[in-house]
Design a binder for this molecule. Structure first.
Ligand code: SF4
Length: 593
């Protein structure tokens, strides 16, 4: 073994794909063929560093390269030190975003011999040439000429040449372009070469066909402003619709380049859009070289909303010129646009960015080390940053994990609260009564909140909305897993409890009744069990007889149950595996399984 290229992932996830190392391996494979043995290795942050070093040293490599990011820098250096202690002759090098942002800092660690800053495909060829010629790392470092790859068409595809097997990963990273036309001060891209370089469409089409043929389920598109070139974006979306319509795609887009046609193309695909809002205040965004016109932003989002596209936003707290109150207003603005999810981050002042140079001028204080988080500013003292962080956790739990988008405005309207006010109340509740199930905590919180206001019936209707929409979202997003044996509820179904008549509730919603107070008058109260299930992708409700509910509770609890009460449900395809349960099958039951 000559070379090991290591990716240390945050965790096992669909995004944990070693695309960067594989790109380098592809280039080396093309240039050196079998004369050079290259291995791409996946490791994870929760693995023991000694065990990681063992894995790396399998095959006795001569050179080891790490893909280094902000969040794996410390672990990477710890493993590099272990490697050097065991194999002082080993050459260790680092590339990736963190090595690019702070090459001198990384190189200052004695365990690192060489740094490849920036795009690595051309640098790795120079480095390996130097290794093969026996040059000292310092000489190789001096010979490197970092810079972007001018023409991405010259790079091989690690998917198409077999370096990266899509079947090995649950998701894929799909690179469409490099570079960004914008220059946001907090972002590394602001320091890159201006302009966007794109992968040719012919290669994208071939990769898509491969993904489809290998049964890929989800793809994360690497293009920070996918729709900046609307013509090309539409061409890519049409290509996806024709080639890989069953795959779920995740895009990062800019709101200002959304038009009606693009919104329709997104909505016709299985995809999720992420939009960097960062703040709703133009005066704050100007401090980081961004702009927003809130009314124009909202009108573009409305196009996506009306088309039925799924979108989410990013917001940052701790921005120069911002305050807790300003952040709350941004949160209220963002949630008022009904995003599917809202991701809230504390500002990081990353070395190598323009913000790193301007931070002191704004009075921003921040950690000197990874993760470089803001710790205070004139408008955002430490105690307010802590409150913003608490708000962020509450939003993630209540809105994102709680799948709140379909009913959030209904509840908010009844409470006459701003979104930030509701989330702050939820943060209090969460501290007092945490629980593992987001929907259970939501129901408890809402029923307590409405009860405190003397409107318990509105609280129980709100709890039923949480149940219906939460189950429906869970079923729609569920990834098929291994099927257990024996009697079981269909995997596209879940058991639910309601406090009001769920059929009447759904009829009223379908008729356009969305005031919680009205619903609490017209929907009869009364405990009810039901199965929520998917039919042709749409959620449906099936009320349960008491004996059916009891039998399903028994199944859920792993207890032996009589089969007779489940016969009708099996006949409807909602219960599977009848006749293979803990009890001996009854002869002649006559249900379809
Ligand atoms: S934040 Fe996004 S739009 Fe701004 S420079 Fe970075 S990649 Fe470009």
């Amino acid at each position: 073994m000559d070379l090991v290229l290591v990716a240390i992932h945050l965790e096992i996830s669909p995004r944990a794909v070693p695309l960067g190392p594989a790109m380098l391996a592809s280039v080396l494979r093309r240039s050196h063929g079998d004369a050079l043995a290259v291995r791409v290795l996946d490791l994870y942050l929760d693995q023991d560093p000694q065990a990681c070093a063992d894995r790396i040293l399998e095959g006795d490599p001569a050179w080891v390269g790490f893909s280094m990011y902000l969040w794996n820098r410390d672990r990477t250096l710890a493993i590099a030190r272990l490697l050097k202690a065991r194999r002082p002759d080993l050459t260790v090098f680092a590339g990736g975003a963190e090595a690019t942002a702070d090459p001198d800092g990384v190189l200052a660690d004695p365990a690192v011999d060489l740094v490849l800053p920036g795009e690595g495909e051309e640098l790795i060829l120079v480095a390996v040439d130097g290794f093969l010629r026996g040059l000292a790392p310092a000489a190789i470092q001096a010979a490197l000429r970092p810079g972007p790859v001018a023409d991405l068409a010259t790079l091989p595809s690690p998917y198409l040449d077999g370096t990266l097997d899509p079947s090995r990963y649950t998701g894929q990273l799909w690179e469409l372009s490099r570079g960004c036309p914008f220059k946001c001060d907090f972002c590394f891209e602001s320091r890159g070469r201006s302009g966007v370089r794109r992968i040719p469409m012919a290669r994208l089409e071939a990769e898509l066909r491969l993904f489809e043929a290998r049964g890929v389920d989800q793809i994360f598109v690497l293009d920070p402003t996918f729709n900046f070139d609307r013509v090309r974006a539409k061409a890519v979306l049409r290509l996806i619709a024709a080639t890989a319509p069953g795959i779920h795609f995740f895009f990062e887009i800019r709101s200002e380049f959304v038009d009606r046609e693009l919104a329709g193309l997104f909505a016709a695909l299985r995809c999720t859009l992420q939009i960097g809002l960062q703040s709703a205040h133009d005066a704050v965004l100007r401090n980081i070289n961004r702009r927003i016109a809130p009314a124009a932003f909202a009108s573009r989002i409305l196009l996506l909303h009306r088309a039925g596209a799924t979108y989410g936003f990013d917001l940052i707290y701790g921005l120069p010129g911002d305050s807790l109150e300003g952040f709350r207003q941004s949160l209220d603005y963002a949630l008022g646009l009904a995003p599917n999810h809202l991701d809230l981050f504390c500002l990081s002042v990353l070395p190598g960015t323009r913000l790193h140079e301007t931070a002191s001028g704004f009075g921003l204080e921040h950690l000197a080390e990874n993760p470089y988080l803001v710790t205070g500013s004139p408008g955002f003292p430490p105690e307010d940053l802590a409150r913003a962080a608490r708000l962020a956790r509450a939003c993630d739990r209540f809105y994102n994990a709680g799948k709140a988008v379909p009913w959030f405005a209904i509840v908010l309207g009844a409470l006459e609260l701003p979104a930030s006010g509701l989330l702050e109340a939820f943060a209090d509740h969460l501290e007092a009564r945490p629980g593992p199930d987001p929907q259970e905590v939501q129901r408890d919180f809402l029923m307590a909140l409405f009860a405190d206001r003397g409107a318990p019936a509105m609280g129980t209707v709100a709890a039923d909305l949480v149940t219906w929409f939460g189950c429906a979202a869970r079923l729609t997003e569920a990834v098929p897993g291994p099927e257990p044996a024996g009697p079981r509820l269909h995997p596209d179904a879940c058991l639910a409890s309601f406090r009001h008549d769920p059929q009447v509730l759904l009829e009223q919603l379908a008729a356009g009744i969305t005031e919680l107070e009205d619903l609490s008058y017209v929907v009869p109260a009364g405990a009810c069990r039901a199965v929520i299930h998917l039919r042709e992708g749409e959620p449906r409700l099936r009320r349960l007889l008491p004996e059916e509910a009891e039998a399903l509770d028994g199944l859920a609890g792993g207890r032996p149950v009589p089969e007779a009460p489940l016969a009708a449900l099996a006949g409807e395809g909602l219960v599977l595996g009848l006749g293979a349960g803990a009890q001996a099958p009854r002869r002649g039951l006559g249900v379809r399984v």
